[in-house]
Design a protein around this ligand. Structure first.
Ligand SMILES: Cc1cc2nc3c(=O)[nH]c(=O)nc-3n(C[C@H](O)[C@H](O)[C@H](O)COP(=O)(O)O)c2cc1C
Length: 352
């Protein structure tokens, strides 16, 4: 921790996006350097079988995954077990390459341990990302692929963007995620309606058995969110990821009035909506909780509320490379205190 606190002081002197690029560069090196990778993996990757579970036909050695947006182009997949992650989600990527929104488009609020981003799906496009992914897939951890429509694709053609991406990535992913919840692509969130969701999953079911999940925003009214999740599951969705970033700008004083907030400011909001969704959907589908998770207590609370898996992005920025190891180690202690001998017993314990 001492080490990361020192490194953080240096990293935080740079623009957030520059710091991200530096982290990406380092993690690409870790992924390529076997010795370094093995040393870090030995230290950070928890292999205690009490944390392991089978989902979507693959093994998740631990329930803490990297949330989408950090590894948009699938360049860091091999390094993720070195940070302790039990699974990773690449993307969001779009059919065609995109520059994303003008810079600056990422902001950090160290006092609030929060981040705001308006990246706008900057990515190298499906063709290049697939090429990157093919070099590392199958990986030693499950890989989810998060897909979105291009900014220039009109709403009425959105379905064909998703169809093309599902077809392209079904053979090189363990699960897919439909992202219609980013606040940074104009009108994308309008697709969070029952008609589109039903059409999308019904269409996908016709040609693939790949598990496809829906990722939702935390800013939808609870009943609307539940109805949307139910529609998705009824039409064939394999799970729900709740949540993406929030556009509730009251959560961080003096933040920007655009983009999505994540990190500690989102913890309560995402937990609250997750619990409501879980009350209705736990047992019917796989639930993944994201939003302001950086400690074992937070991760464990989501798991007991019904999450089979949790994801984190912003926490990594503030807590550093030891975060996942700590979460998993301390979660094992919390499980032991509650008398659970494996993670399955803890999942949804509050609802049983
Ligand atoms: C810089 C940044 C970029 C993100 N990009 C994406 C993205 O491309 N697709 C997506 O589904 N979520 C994206 N997210 C949202 C995260 O996956 C996650 O849902 C959200 O940040 C809440 O988790 P956290 O509080 O642990 O960061 C992004 C988040 C950040 C901070």
């Amino acid at each position: 921790m001492f080490c990361y606190n020192t490194l953080k002081k240096v990293l935080f002197k740079f623009e957030p996006e520059t710091a991200h690029n530096m982290a990406e560069c380092s993690l690409r090196i870790v992924g390529k350097c076997k010795i370094l990778k093995n040393i870090m993996e030995k230290k950070n990757f928890n292999t205690n079988s009490k944390l392991s579970q089978e989902l979507f036909g693959v093994t998740f050695s631990n329930p803490v995954g990297l949330a989408a947006g950090f590894d948009k182009n699938a360049t860091m997949v091999k390094a993720m077990p070195s940070l302790g992650f039990g699974f990773t989600e690449i993307g969001t990527m779009t059919p065609k390459p995109q520059d994303g929104n003008p810079k600056p488009r990422m902001f950090r609020y160290p006092e609030e341990k929060s981040v705001q981003n308006a990246m706008g799906f900057n990515n190298e496009g499906a063709h290049k990302v697939l090429k990157n992914l093919k070099k590392v897939y199958p990986a030693s951890i499950p890989v989810g692929v998060n897909i979105g429509k291009n900014k220039t694709t009109p709403e009425e053609f959105a379905l064909s963007d998703y169809k093309m991406l599902i077809k392209k990535f079904e053979a090189t992913s363990d699960y897919l995620v439909i992202n219609i919840s980013s606040p940074n692509t104009p009108n994308l969130r309008d697709l969070q309606n029952e008609k589109f969701i039903t059409e999308l999953f019904t269409m996908a079911k016709k040609f693939t058995n790949k598990p496809i999940l829906l990722k939702i925003a935390p800013d939808i009214e609870v009943q609307v969110a539940i109805d949307l999740c139910n529609s998705a599951v009824n039409a064939g969705a394999a799970g729900i990821i709740a949540t993406n970033t929030t556009i509730d700008y009251s959560l961080v004083p003096n933040c920007q009035d655009f983009g999505g907030l994540s990190g500690a400011c989102l913890t309560d909001k995402s937990y609250t909506i997750f619990k409501e969704i879980a009350k209705e959907l736990y047992g019917k589908t796989i639930l993944i909780s994201a939003g302001g998770i950086s400690t074992a207590e937070q991760a464990y609370a989501r798991i007991k509320a019904g999450a089979s898996l949790v994801q984190s992005y912003s926490g990594l920025i503030f807590e550093g490379p030891s975060m996942v190891r700590k979460i998993n180690e301390e979660m094992l202690e919390l499980m032991a205190k509650d008398g659970y001998s494996n993670i399955q017993e803890a999942i949804g314990a509050d609802l049983k």
